[in-house]
Every structure is written in C-alpha cells, then in structure tokens.
Design a protein around this ligand. Structure first.
Ligand code: ADP
Length: 169
C-alpha cells in the first residue's frame, strides 16, 4: 500500500524474549507493518536453528495482524530497501547498548540516508533481559517464567535436558 510505513525489526532472536515482544508490540502501535527479520548468521553458533527461531517468533506474534516474520542475509539496508521499509526499529536497554547501536545507525544512515533508525525503550521489567542471559539462567536450572513466551520456555527445557543427557537435537 502506498504511504504505508514499514519498519524492520532485525536481530538474532535466539530465542525471542518478552523484551523483544515488548518492542514489537510498541512498533505495531506506531507503524503500519513490522517485519521481524531474523539474521541468518552462521558465525554466531545459535542455540536454536533458524527454523526453530522463526517458529517461536511466529507463535509469539500471531496475535498481531501487522507483524510479519522473515529472514535476511547480508546488508540490513539492502534488505530494508527490498522490503520498501523506511524504518529500522531497535530496542535500547541500557547505556551499554548505546555505543554499538549508535555506530550501526550512523553507518546505516551513511549507506541509506532515507532509512531512519528508531529506538524504543522496553518496559522496565525487561530492561535487563537478553537472549543470552535467558539461555544462561535456563541452562543452570533457573526459572525463566515470565521472561519468555511459553513455547520458548518449553523449548529451552527440552534443549537443556537433551544437552544434559548428551543427545543431539
Ligand atoms: P542482535 O544480535 O542484533 O543484538 P537480538 O536478538 O539480541 O539481536 O536483539 C534484537 C534487538 O532487540 C536489538 O535492537 C536489541 O537491542 C533489542 N533487544 C534485545 N533484548 C531486549 C529487551 N529486553 N528489551 C528491549 N530490546 C531488546
């Protein structure tokens, strides 16, 4: 649709947390469409496969009509142009996020001046939450209830139990 404002929300989402969902929900209230784009990054050695991460995202975002789940490879600005997105949406938790995000936003602007990076701040309850912390807590037997969607919680338990028993999943 002409004049529609599309935002890309890029990330690894390994796995999606309630912090990500908080940002997605805020995005749906402002933009016509939010495309959650999972980076196909072989270098990062993720806990969940790309397909698993997509499935958890689809499940957790099915309540929003204007959210699309997709994948991307290569330059984010090229992907954004391909999808005719005018906005790159990112979440900022603390000052520690700022430097990296500032660098990325500045570099992306240099490459694609018409694409705007928009930062959003999650609810306080999620301001310390990251996918890596969730994985660490879950692997040590701590509870992640309320920090991730129910399907993610179940998948984390399964993955960790299998690791314990040495089975490949
Ligand atoms: P990346 O590898 O790009 O950092 P992530 O999946 O970790 O991918 O994060 C994707 C985006 O979501 C980033 O902008 C990140 O800052 C943001 N984000 C991650 N966790 C949270 C959270 N708890 N609250 C708000 N934003 C978050």
């Amino acid at each position: 649709m002409d004049g529609e404002i599309v935002a890309i929300y890029p990330g690894s989402f390994d796995p999606v947390t309630n912090g990500h969902l908080d940002i997605i929900e805020r995005g749906t209230g402002i933009f016509d469409r939010v495309i959650v784009a999972v980076l196909v990054n072989v270098a990062k050695d993720p806990l969940f496969t790309l397909e698993e991460r997509l499935e958890m995202l689809r499940d957790a975002t099915s309540r929003w009509q204007n959210v699309v789940i997709d994948t991307f490879n290569g330059l984010l600005v090229s992907y954004a142009a391909e999808r005719q997105a005018r906005v790159i949406l990112r979440g900022i938790r603390a000052v520690t996020d700022f430097e990296y995000e500032f660098q990325m936003a500045s570099m992306n602007r240099r490459m694609a001046p018409h694409i705007e990076t928009v930062f959003m701040v999650p609810a306080e309850a999620y301001s310390y939450l990251s996918s890596s912390l969730v994985k660490e807590v879950a692997s040590l037997g701590g509870s992640v209830t309320g920090l991730v969607p129910p399907l993610v919680e179940r998948n984390l338990h399964v993955r960790i139990q299998r690791k314990d028993t040495g089975k490949r999943v």
